[in-house]
Design a protein around this ligand. Structure first.
Ligand code: SAH
Length: 362
């Protein structure tokens, strides 16, 4: 029997000793510094590698041209760079781009680039699927598979930043967490991604240009206020009467409007920043005066504004966009009470890229 002299090749995901390699972007800069010291390398190399990983977003150690071959080899033996891949890209007639993004384990999430005259907005996902079961949302039907890691959120922004440059010759200006998932149920990773997006070592995008949209989990809103976050908050309200809100958003059962209101008061007290309420008006569900009055009252709790969002059908007969008259009634009443309300027309409807339509159809 011949014995091969060649060492057993390392399998792609396995490192020294056959152990699973770690995703290098799970390491903080300090961890990377410690790794370099432990392996007799100069500490400043950690900073250089960190820059390649985040600011320059390289997906391969061999692209780190100012790092020696031996050091790159050392990194390859211990780590992988897990990265996303834009699997398919669809373009709407209105310019909106929807990406189906493949994660390192093969799961898919969607992200959207929304161009307007003065902005390019990235709408990113925070979870694969969603656990919240809002009755009008297509993502709810996917169920939650897992949370996204900070780098997977960050990479969605990078991919859209590159598309903004390539297809529009303009910079990415805004980021909204309005894709798949509930960002406040993946709080630590979302905050860590935002830290990278806003930091000089990352994309250096101002937190004023970032909006986190949530169903309104009260205790997490309190946590955000305590953490003195600097980004904007949007709450998907859709109704200000408990009974109706619970019937379309089951989270309202355990997290009723009274608790949400208390959390929002705390948010405003701590941050002094207005909240935006997202609100769809549906035929026969919330298009009567009682619902309008309830919203006006809720809006007076703290300084706020309202985005009246157009309903994007998700093949369910239960929900139908309300009449123009009903929407005008909302606008008039809010206006009379000094509350700013804007009607938001959908973008990317033809490619199922609009709010609530992200469901991995492709
Ligand atoms: N979980 C977060 C973010 C994802 S949903 C949240 O709920 O805010 C982003 C926005 O799209 C939310 O305001 C949501 O209520 C809205 N939305 C969901 N389905 C929709 C649909 N079919 N038509 C219009 N808006 C929808």
């Amino acid at each position: 029997m011949q014995v091969s002299q060649k060492p057993t090749p390392l399998s792609p995901g396995r490192g020294v000793g056959g152990e699973a390699k770690k995703d290098i972007r799970k390491l903080k800069l300090e961890d990377l510094k410690a790794f370099f010291t432990e392996h007799g390398e100069k500490v400043f190399r950690a900073q250089q590698v960190y820059e390649w990983l985040w600011k320059k977003s390289v997906k391969d150690f061999d692209l780190m041209t100012n790092i020696s071959l031996e050091t790159r080899q050392l990194l390859k033996e211990h780590f992988t760079i897990n990265h996303i891949k834009v699997d398919t890209m669809q373009r709407s007639t209105d310019g909106t781009i929807k990406n189906a993004v493949k994660l390192h384990d093969g799961l898919i999430v969607e992200s959207v680039l929304i161009p307007t005259d003065d902005r390019i907005t990235a709408c990113v996902s925070s979870q694969v699927g969603c656990s919240l079961d809002c009755k009008f949302c297509a993502t709810a039907r996917l169920k939650r598979m897992r949370n996204l890691n900070p780098d997977e959120i960050y990479d969605q922004v990078v991919a859209i930043k590159q598309q903004a440059d390539l297809f529009f010759g303009r910079p990415l200006t805004n980021i909204v967490f309005m894709g798949m998932g509930e960002p406040l149920l993946n709080y630590t990773n979302v905050i860590s991604a935002i830290d990278k997006i806003t930091s000089e070592e990352g994309l250096n995008i101002s937190s004023k240009r970032i909006t986190l949209s949530t169903v309104g989990i009260a205790k997490m809103i309190i946590k955000m206020a305590d953490d003195s976050v600097k980004f904007n908050l949007a709450v998907s309200l859709h109704d200000a009467i408990n009974e109706t809100r619970s019937s379309i958003m089951p989270i309202n059962d355990s997290n009723p409007l009274e608790e949400l209101a208390e959390a929002l008061k705390y948010w405003y007290k701590k941050t002094k920043r207005k909240v935006t309420y997202e609100y769809v008006v549906w035929d026969g569900i919330n298009d009567s005066v009682a619902h309008v009055n309830a919203l006006v009252k809720f809006c007076k709790i703290i300084p706020s504004k309202v985005n009246l969002i157009e309903y994007n059908p998700i093949d369910d007969g239960m929900f139908k966009q309300a009449s123009e008259k009903a929407i005008q009634l909302y606008q008039r009443k809010l206006d009379e009470n000094g509350i700013i309300a804007r009607v938001r027309r959908s973008r990317g409807k033809d490619i199922d890229a609009a709010c609530g339509q992200l469901a991995n159809k492709t």
